[in-house]
Design a protein around this ligand. Sequence first.
Ligand code: EPZ
Length: 416
Amino acid sequence: MQKLSIQGGAPLRGEVRISGAKNAALPIMCASLLAADTLQLSNVPELHDVATMRKLLEQMGVKACVRGSEMTLHGGQVDKPEAPYDMVKTMRASVLVLGPLVARAGCARVSLPGGCAIGSRPVDLHIKGLQAMGATISIEHGYIHAQAKKLKGARIFFGTVSVTGTENLMMAATLADGVTVLENAAREPEVVDLANCLRAMGANISGDGTDTITVAGVEELHGAAHRIMPDRIESGTFLVAAAATGGGITLTGTRADILETVLEKLCEAGAKISANADRIHLEMNGRPKSVNVRTAPYPAFPTDMQAQFMALNAVADGSAMVVETIFENRFMHVQELRRLGAQIAVEGNTCMVRGADHLDGAAVMATDLRASACLVIAGLVARGETVIDRIYHLDRGYEHIEAKLSQLGANIRRLK
Ligand code: EPZ
C-alpha cells in the first residue's frame, strides 16, 4: 500500500495547471456507447478512475486509444453490453453505462454498484427512470438486467437530485422514441458538459444547467470532438490548501464561474481572490477565519468540497458548523483529523469545528477520495511529518497531486 509523507509548514506559492474534470470525463466516456463512430476527447485527466472506465468500455467492445490527455473512443462494435461486479465494485460511476447500453444495444447487464465509504449510494432513480421509458428491469444475483426494444420518451421526476441519475437518463433519452423531460434534474456543470458533448454528437437537448432538461430523441448519433471541462473540485482543493497554509497561488486552465459558492466561502475566510477567463488567483495573508458550510446540490456548496473546508476550519480562527445534507456518512475524515489535534464534535449530519492554533503531524488513513484531499491539506499545515496511508483513494481523482503540490513548494513525497 503506497503512502504519502508530508512535512507541514510551507505556505503554498506559485502556479499550477488544473486537469480535466473526472466527473465530466466519466459520463462523457460512456457517451461513446451511443454512436457507431469516433468520439475524440481532449483534456482528459490521467486518473485511475478514467483508466478503469476505459477498460470497462473496451471489454464491451469499444475501441479506445489514449495519448496523454487525448482519448479516442469508437463505439462501432458494442457486442458485450455488460459491466461485471469486479469492475463496478471499484468504481460506482460504472453505472453510467446502463442508460447508453439500453438505448444503443437494447439490453444491459450491469452489476449493482453496492455501497461505499460515504453512503449506501442507491441507484433506484436510475432504474425507475429507465422503467418509465419502457425498459423491463429485473435485479438478479446483484445484477441489473435491462431490456428495451426501443426506449420511449417520458416525463421523469427525480424525488432526490441525482447527478449520475440525471446523466444516465439524459444519455438514454437521446435515442428514445419521442421527447423526455427530466424534472428536478441535477444542475451541475458536469451535466452541462455532457449535454454539450451529446449535442456535438447530434443529440437534441435543452434546459441542461436548469432543473428541467428536455431531450427529443433522434434516430442515431454520430462522432464528435469534445474538450473536457476543467475540474472545479481539484481547483477548489488547491485553493483551500493555499488558504489553509497562508500562501498565494494561481490556477491556470480553470474557470471561476463554476466555483462561485466555494470562492465566496474562501473570501469569507479572509482570502483575496481575483479571476479572469481561465485563471484564478488566491492570496491569504495570515490565518484563515472559520466559515460555516452546508452542502446541497449545485449551485449551492458542493459536498465534494466539504472535507477540504473541514481541514481549513480545523486551523482557522474561530468555530464553524459543517452540515452534510447529501450523503449519510461523509465524516470519515473527522476521526483522522482528530489524530492531528483537530477539535471537532459530530452530531448526526452536523460537525462543530473549533479552530486549533496548530495541528501536529501523525500517521493517518485515507478512507475515500475527498477525505484523502482533506488529510493532505491538514498535513500541509501540521507541524512535523504526516504520513497518509491508502492513498489509492487520492489517485482516483487527483492527477499527479504530489508533483503539483511540490511545484507549489510543498514538502511531499510518495513512500513505496
Ligand atoms: C456524483 O455522485 C459524483 N460522482 C459524486 O462525486 C458527488 O459527490 C455526487 O454526485 C453529489 O454531487 C460522479 O459524478 C461520478 P447523486 P452520484 O446521485 O451521482 C441519492 C467524487 O468525490 N440517490 O447525486 O452517485 C444518493 O444516495 C464523487 O468525485 C438516491 O437516493 O451522487 C445521495 O444521497 C463522490 N437514489 C443523493 O441522491 C439514486 O438512484 C445524491 O447522489 C441516486 C442517488
